[in-house]
Design a binder for this molecule. Structure first.
Ligand code: ASP
Length: 354
């Protein structure tokens, strides 16, 4: 009898340990981006390069820690995005670009692949971490997107504190705005000289389309697969330098800048938002995985390096599938990004060759 119960105890212990080994081996992973653009090696000093790599490592590790402990992918991506929103290096939160009128108008969105629920905010001016407000919209409101003053009114009902607009100021972004204005005026007068009707057709409105890539990028985002098999994606941005008239890009648009669906994929984008909206970039990548059974690598590559290039749209994405495979294609010079899979160290990259 005694032997039998010992045997039973041994079998149970073995089963429990097999279970926990199995649980630990469930794939989980995270990928983050800090924007894509003409980031040439010559443009970054070794110190700047190191600062980006350090912050990306901190951000990806913050999300990874949540996943490692068995936390939810929606929590993990916010942890990672918050680190980048709080850093002046990226165009989100502190360090957000300036509008034409010298303000900051931020957009963010989040999607939970388990519930297919989503939340977004656009044009907010006093929210320290816009991704957290997007999460509140997703979980505490019946809506998907809230904008401007209304979104901030909602934030107050959810216990958020509004921060002064100058919280987001940085000298480098301010200089970027001044440069952008000079370039815009120059482009306008050149075009006007070429075609006298041109100015009339635009009604005197400078067009941000004439700015180089660098004025358009720097968004942050994260995608993750947690141990329970749930996918999530989130994106946060200050948008494009010198934007006007309440312009909103792809980042808060579900299916364009952000998308997540369990069993399929999760995507966060960065790039020239108008193209990402029109080409439904995040949704299109997941549709290729879902309906054409393409791998995440192939699906993301086809959209970024074929469809978008043909269209003239620049940027990149981070994408993850149900098994934790990660794709990070971009059609620009570089894209700040980092990935981390279970049991592996963080992999931090800026260019194609790291
Ligand atoms: N996609 C963003 C926008 O168009 C910009 C970026 O990714 O940096 O607002």
């Amino acid at each position: 009898m005694k032997n039998k119960s010992t045997l039973l105890a041994l079998i149970l212990a073995a089963a429990a340990s097999t279970n926990s080994v199995w649980a630990d081996e469930k794939p989980f992973s995270i990928a983050i981006h800090g924007g894509a653009g003409t980031i040439t090696k010559a443009k970054l000093t070794p110190q700047q390069q190191q600062a980006y790599r350090d912050k990306l490592t901190e951000a990806v590790n913050a999300g990874y820690k949540v996943l490692e402990k068995g936390g939810d992918s929606v929590v993990a991506i916010q942890a990672a995005i918050n680190v980048m929103e709080n850093s002046p290096l990226f165009n989100a939160g502190v360090g957000a670009v300036y509008t034409y009128d010298g303000a900051h108008e931020m957009d963010a969105s989040i999607m939970d692949g388990k519930t297919m629920n989503a939340g977004a905010v656009s044009g907010v001016k006093h929210i320290k971490n816009p991704i957290n407000l997007a999460d509140a919209v997703m979980n505490q409101s019946p809506h998907v997107m809230l904008s401007g003053a209304g979104a901030e009114e909602f934030a107050l009902t959810q216990g958020f504190t509004l921060v002064p607009a100058n919280h987001f100021d940085t000298e480098s972004r301010y200089k970027q705005l001044q440069d952008a204005k000079v370039k815009l005026r120059k482009a306008e007068s050149e075009l006007k000289a070429k075609s006298p009707d041109y100015q009339a057709s635009l009604n005197g409105v400078p067009q941000i389309d004439y700015l180089d890539l660098d004025y358009k990028f720097g968004t942050v985002g994260a995608v993750a697969l947690d141990k329970k098999g749930n996918l999530a994606a989130g994106t946060s941005t200050g948008g494009m330098t010198a934007k006007r008239f309440g312009r909103i890009g792809d980042s808060p648009v579900i299916g364009a800048g952000t998308y997540a669906e369990n069993g399929v994929c999760a995507v966060s984008a960065t790039g020239h938002g108008e193209y990402f909206i029109r080409y439904h970039v995040a949704g299109d990548i997941c549709a290729k995985v879902k309906y054409q059974q393409k791998s995440i690598i192939q699906a993301a590559d086809e959209v970024i390096n074929q469809r978008l290039i043909t269209a003239g749209g620049t940027g990149g994405v981070i994408a993850i599938d149900q098994r934790g495979n990660i794709a990070t294609p971009f059609n620009t010079e570089g894209m700040y990004r980092a990935t981390r899979k279970n049991g592996e160290p963080a992999d931090v990259m800026i260019w194609r060759g790291r």
